[in-house]
Design a protein around this ligand. Structure first.
Ligand code: ITT
Length: 191
């Protein structure tokens, strides 16, 4: 089976290809020659995942899936959430986002947070959503170099290494995206 993953994030593509290796062929946006800006104007993860998938279906005609992920921090009422990639401003990078987060949490004792992923699938004219989440806490300083985004400051519950210290293989076993992806793959293989 071949299906398009509507993402511009090469880390996500790499992660998901590792999880689905040998089972499903995942086409990237460059494989289908998509260079358009994909809209991400929703106010929830669900809305954004659907917007991205629908855009590819409408523009290119491929069955596809898209994910949207957010880091939801309890002490910040769920922020940065759906705005995780632009938390420190439009032209910011992951370092800026983490610096802002650590600054906002300075002196706060409640460091609880979760990564939540929603995958929207458009297949054979049907729409489906799959969700995955992992709970953990935001530590006081960045640790580790693997992964991407907020990985260096996220310590998953039950572990003493951040996602960026665990490395791809370990992260892929337990992550929000791995959980949602397993549900997606199970569904795709049963259809
Ligand atoms: P696409 O929309 O092209 O898929 P994106 O990088 O914009 O890629 P999201 O909107 O889903 O991805 O994610 C928003 C941000 O959340 C992302 O830029 C990262 O900073 C962060 N993020 C997502 N998944 C993450 C992960 O597994 N580990 C750490 N940070 C992550």
């Amino acid at each position: 089976m071949k299906i398009v993953f509507a993402t511009n994030n090469k880390h996500k593509l790499h992660e998901i290809r590792k999880i689905t290796a040998g089972k499903i062929e995942i086409l990237s946006l460059s494989d289908i020659h998509c260079r358009e800006e994909i809209p991400e104007t929703g106010t929830t993860l669900e809305e954004n995942a659907l917007l991205k998938a629908q855009f590819i279906k409408d523009t290119f005609g491929f069955d596809c899936f898209a994910d949207d992920t957010g880091l939801e921090v309890d002490a910040l009422d769920g922020v940065p959430g759906v705005y995780s990639s632009r938390y420190a401003g439009e032209a910011c990078d992951p370092q800026d986002n983490m610096d802002k987060l650590l600054h906002e949490l300075q002196g706060k004792r409640d460091r609880k947070a979760r990564f939540r992923t929603v995958i929207a699938l458009l297949l054979n004219g049907e729409k489906r959503l799959f969700e995955g989440e992992i709970k953990g806490r935001i530590i006081e300083e960045k640790r580790g170099t693997a992964g991407f985004g907020y990985d260096p400051v996220f310590l998953p519950d039950g572990y003493n290494k951040t996602f960026a210290e665990l490395g791809d293989d370990e992260k892929n076993k337990i992550s929000h995206r791995a959980i949602a992806t397993r549900k997606l793959v199970e569904f795709l293989l049963s259809n």
